[in-house]
Design a protein around this ligand. Sequence first.
Ligand code: CP3
Length: 347
Amino acid sequence: MSGISSVYLIGMKSMLSVLKGNTLDTPPIWLMRQAGRYLPEYKETRKQAGSFLDLCYNPELAAEVTLQPIRKFGFDAAILFADILLIPDALGQMVAFKEGVGPILEPINVDELKAGRMDDKLHKVYETVSILKKELPEETTLIGFAGAPWTVMTYMIEGGTDKSREYRRTSTYILTNPQKADHLLLILVEATAHYLIQQIEHGAEVVQLFDSWAGAVKGPWRESLVYEPTRKIVNRVKEVHPDVPIIGFPRGIGNEYADYIKHTGVDAVGLDEGISLEKASMIQELCPVQGNLSSELLADDLDAALKQTDLILESLNRKPFIFNLGHGILPHTPEAHVHALIEKIRK
Ligand code: CP3
């Protein structure tokens, strides 16, 4: 272990240390969607809970599924078990998760959203955070999260996942109802900032903003739909909790990572697997990075995944770095592959 990292490690959790700008010989590792269907114990608890939303709003069971991958794999961070679509649900737009289909949302009526009533539902999530704060091992960092306004807005307007990835309904809505679209973005900024601040006040030590569909927003729209709403949330959270790191994950934005970092003020970024290691190193000149092993590779070709892991470590672990996938772990990923990955990172 190098001098600087060992000094900083004493008394500081590895993930927080990296987010404060330190480089560790062994980078912290966690995986997006690390609680989920690739784990039999998750499926068991999920059955016990009833629906997916019932699980999200059941503090004991949501804490239990958050802890399952920590117990099994000893990840350096736990991500609160919840979903980015709890915000629309809590705002009063009905959300359901259909087996094999994904989320379905009732048609949106912006004028009927009830921002003032959100915590009637979301207090259950804050309770989950409180339980986790007590139950997590001392060295494990607790990550809170929310969806970024653009990504959440696509679900609210499309009524679910747009499989074409074109978001035509959303762009038509913005063009034909600009005032309503602005109002919706404003509601989402306020709601998301409030939600993240509450998570922090109940024990989250880092928060991540998932902008999974940021890559679909082109050119001049990036400022108003991605950067500005994210920047407003970052500013609001930092006004109250300046020391809590915020990770942005603008999936698919390719060459615009530097712009995203500059325009939003996030402390670190998650990189998707579309970013080459050469580009990733350049982005890492600006802030700590997290990523970016392909989820498909980890699920389907362990040898190739471990080779790519070596390349990632060689390129990115000379500066502040958190190991992760480029997006969520896939349900068919064998547990043995996750064990082998962790062993590789910690060797
Ligand atoms: O372990 C963790 O990462 C924490 C929990 C978490 C979930 N969703 C649980 C979940 C997190 C951080 C999310 C984020 C999320 N949710 C995103 C952003 C990240 C990404 O994947 O792009 C998005 C777009 C959603 C919305 C969402 N939730 C969709 C489209 C779906 C259906 C598709 C699918 O994978 O089933 C979900 C469901 C969902 N969220 C599941 C889990 C474990 C599967 C539900 C089940 O058990 O049946």
